[in-house]
Structures are given as structure tokens and as C-alpha cells.
Design a protein around this ligand. Structure first.
Ligand code: PGA
Length: 252
């Protein structure tokens, strides 16, 4: 373990995978094999149909869990949406917001994501905000501009830095097997940290976890984690199997 005592986060984004039975089977094996971590924090975002199974399996554990999305209101005539209030009622801890699949496939814009983020925080739940550039934006040297715009929309709301986790996920690295190099990831994380500093100052910004996501695998996790501003991972494909997710969690 390194001398840095800040928590390291290992978050699983299962997307639209697993049913309640598979969820229970995953946790039965995962919890059996998970060592007692001193500083690492494991988070799981199951599909909404598996939130109840997750809440039951993780009841007496240190793991955090929550939904992959939610609406910006607790209840009402919002067919097909997930209530963050219900996630909280079920003893959930966190909501994932602004994932690039929500932005591109479901046309969520920065303002909508920002309103949901502040709503979730008003319930005193943690928020994991995903931001990241497309390949085209990177190639036209617009990475920082995009990150800044995505962040600003959220940071202009009433946001508690203690409830905020950022996941930097370059869109071109998600599910493609193309992982950002350590230098590319570190450069983006450092820029994100500098934006957070502008808002809250260096001391608070240093405490906000910034996770990397995009084709994280057991064989690239250790190298990425050595970068100064990478505080953990948001893992998609490799979080679906116990063995590969555990191997990533052991990278610390
Ligand atoms: P991936 O997905 O690990 O399969 O690239 C990451 C994510 O979408 O959060």
C-alpha cells in the first residue's frame, strides 16, 4: 500500500446487465473473496431492477451502492424514471449521473444532469458525476473545454463537495478496449482538479475523488492508479465478473 492514505474507490457500473438472481450470486462470491480493505471503498451501480437484491446482499457490509441514474424529483408522473428518494429509503448511498451513455443515447444535457445532481445531494446522498470528451473533441484539442463546460453546469448549482465524486471517462475509451494512457488520464484529472480548485480552493479540491473510467482491466489498473490525481476507477465490462472486478480492487 502506498503512503497516500486517501480512500481509493473501485466502482462497478453494471449498466443493463444482470438480473436479481445473478446479482445475488455475484455478491455471494464477491463478499466471500473480498479482503478487509483499510482504505479502499467499493461501490456498485446495479440496474434498477436489481437494487433491492443489492440492498439485501450489502446490508451488513462496508460497500456502497446506488442507482445508475435518477430523476430530478422524488415522486410523481415521471413514467420510467428512478427515484433517488427510494434509493435512499432502501439504504442506498449514491447515484451515478451524467454517464456518457445517458448523454448520447438518452440525450441528457448538462443542465438536466446538473439539476439531478443538486437534487440527489439535497437528499444527502453522494453523487458520482461522469464527464469526458469524445474522440473528435480530443482530436480537435477541445478536451479541456468540454470538461470545463460539463463541470461548470454542475458547479453552478448548490453542490456539497463532500458529496461529490467525479468520474473522468473519455467516451472513446468506454467499452472499446482503448484505455487512456497514464499521461492522458493524469493530464485530464489534473485539469479537473484545477477546475475544482477554482470553485472551492486547493484544500477542498484535493479531497474530491476523481476516478478514471474507460476499459479499466486488471492488467492496466495498477499503472493508472499510480498517477497522482487518479483516486480510483469506474469499471464497466470488467466489473461483471467477480474475478476481474476483484483483481481490479486489489490493484491498490
Ligand atoms: P468500460 O465502461 O469499463 O466497459 O469501458 C466504463 C463505463 O462505462 O463506466
Amino acid at each position: 500500500m502506498s503512503v497516500n492514505k486517501k480512500p481509493i474507490y473501485f466502482a462497478a457500473n453494471w449498466k443493463l446487465n444482470k438480473n436479481p438472481k445473478e446479482t445475488r450470486e455475484f455478491f455471494e462470491q464477491f463478499l466471500k473473496e473480498l479482503p478487509a480493505f483499510k482504505r479502499s471503498q467499493v461501490i456498485v451501480f446495479p440496474p434498477s431492477t436489481c437494487l433491492e437484491a443489492t440492498s439485501q446482499c450489502l446490508l451488513d457490509t462496508e460497500m456502497l451502492w446506488g442507482s445508475q441514474n435518477c430523476y430530478s424529483a422524488a415522486h410523481g408522473a415521471f413514467t420510467g424514471e428512478t427515484s433517488a428518494q427510494t434509493v435512499k429509503d432502501m439504504a442506498g448511498h449514491i447515484v451515478l449521473l451524467g454517464h456518457s451513455e445517458r448523454r448520447t443515447l438518452f440525450l441528457e444535457n448538462d443542465e438536466f444532469i446538473a439539476s439531478k445532481t443538486s437534487f440527489v445531494q439535497s437528499l444527502n446522498l453522494k453523487t458520482m458525476l461522469c464527464i469526458g470528451e469524445t474522440l473528435k473533441e480530443r482530436e480537435s484539442n477541445d478536451t479541456n473545454k468540454v470538461l470545463s463546460k460539463q463541470l461548470k453546469a454542475v458547479l453552478s448549482q448548490k453542490i456539497d463537495p463532500n458529496l461529490l465524486i467525479i468520474a473522468y471517462e473519455p467516451v472513446w475509451a468506454i467499452g472499446t478496449g482503448k484505455v487512456a494512457s497514464v499521461a492522458q488520464a493524469q493530464e485530464a484529472h489534473k485539469f479537473i482538479r484545477s477546475e475544482l480548485e477554482l470553485k472551492w480552493g486547493a484544500e477542498i479540491a484535493a479531497e474530491i475523488p476523481i476516478l478514471y473510467g474507460g476499459s479499466v482491466k486488471p492488467d492496466n489498473a495498477k499503472e493508472l492508479l499510480a498517477a497522482a490525481d487518479i483516486n480510483g476507477f469506474l469499471v464497466g465490462g470488467a466489473s461483471l465478473q467477480v474475478d476481474s472486478f476483484l483483481a481490479i480492487c486489489m490493484a491498490d
